[in-house]
Design a protein around this ligand. Sequence first.
Ligand code: DOR
Length: 446
Amino acid sequence: MTESLLIKNPLLVNEGRQQHADVLIRGQRIEQIGAGLSAPATAQVIDAEGLLLLPGMIDDQVHFREPGLTQKGDLASESAAAVAGGITSFMEMPNTSPTTTTRQALADKYTLAEGRCAANYAFYFGGSNDNIEELRQLDPKAACGIKVFMGASTGNMLVDDEQILERIFAEARIPVTTHCEHTPTILENLERATRRYGSVIPPAAHPEIRDVQACLRSSELAVRLAKKHGTQLHVLHLTTAEEMALFEPGDMLNKQITAEVCIHHLHFTADDYAQLGNQIKCNPAIKAARHRLALLDAVVDGRIDIIATDHAPHLPAEKDTGNYVTDAAGLPLAQHALPCAYEHVHAGRFSIARLVQMTAHNPALRFQVQERGFIREGYFADLVLLQTDQPWSVANSQCLSRCGWTPFAGQRFNGAVHTTLVNGQIVYQNNRLLLHTAGMRLAFDR
Ligand code: DOR
């Protein structure tokens, strides 16, 4: 490990402020922040003139497929993609095989991750229709949160027993995160689509099948249950204008109920099915353009608190089985997380400070992540240098995700990840992955 490292002259974006300052890192942590710092003779120096320095993204929603689905990706391959996208910590979902629905399965995942992740890691515990006893005995520091599929998606983890939902919401001692889509509504819509299109349902029908009502009905239920039981609720990957009315604008601090949007729902619209087809099939579906605009408004006024990726790699053949029902839902997104989100800053839709708040500060606060998510003396040095003056084009050939493709192929982005540091170590620089193993298990202040 490098003993000390000095980052000279970046424009530091942190806690609502921008300032030119140097950052001195010793070992895993930030030792000093200030102008004109000098480094020990042996220190490595990065000349960061003209670059932005941000706290690394804490992605609270990824699917890295291990154990059991490693043909799509594993903790090593997908965490490599993550650091290339400016993600320095990730929280991984329980729809693996086996599912992470017992304390033993959760412990096994941490064992699998040890020494194999480029970024820091934590895992969700999955709520199910029959594991309330396990959930009761869960150590609050052992999982980042509880994941509840209130709508069926990849992995067969639907919790549709209302009494069980009540109990999960009543008894959870850590944040409950929900996938909200009402499955009976989706099944009715699917029947209607099958009558209309026959056996060849086009990709563009996805948002008619996984429609606004399905999302709204389920999100309303989650919010109602959280209010009734005082649950710390975080609603994942919201996609509709209508759902935005369920959330409060303003600063996230002190909110009991928080909301998330993912980079693809801010980027694509239903118009993109014509060109990208099933590549952009995901749950909840990418919807009509008016929803994207409403999500952007909610990002600006604070009804949305967090931006995540929902990185969900599938192999090209799994995305394209020739049958709408079996075509896999989910996109590989981690490698382009910050560049994709930065496009909105470039276009003037929200500020770089707001971006940092939603990708780093707020996830750290929401999940009580210890000593990360901010550029502060004494905190872990999880940092990203972002270059914003050299537009570049995305290519499938550069994908680090095992699935080998990206929905952004051919896309031009204005922000590029120049360097990513995890725990004080340079893990990614100038388009090269330098270190696979710098990630540590996340700790939680709870
Ligand atoms: O599109 C999705 N893909 N949505 C989910 O909820 C799950 C994810 C996956 O695991 O593939």
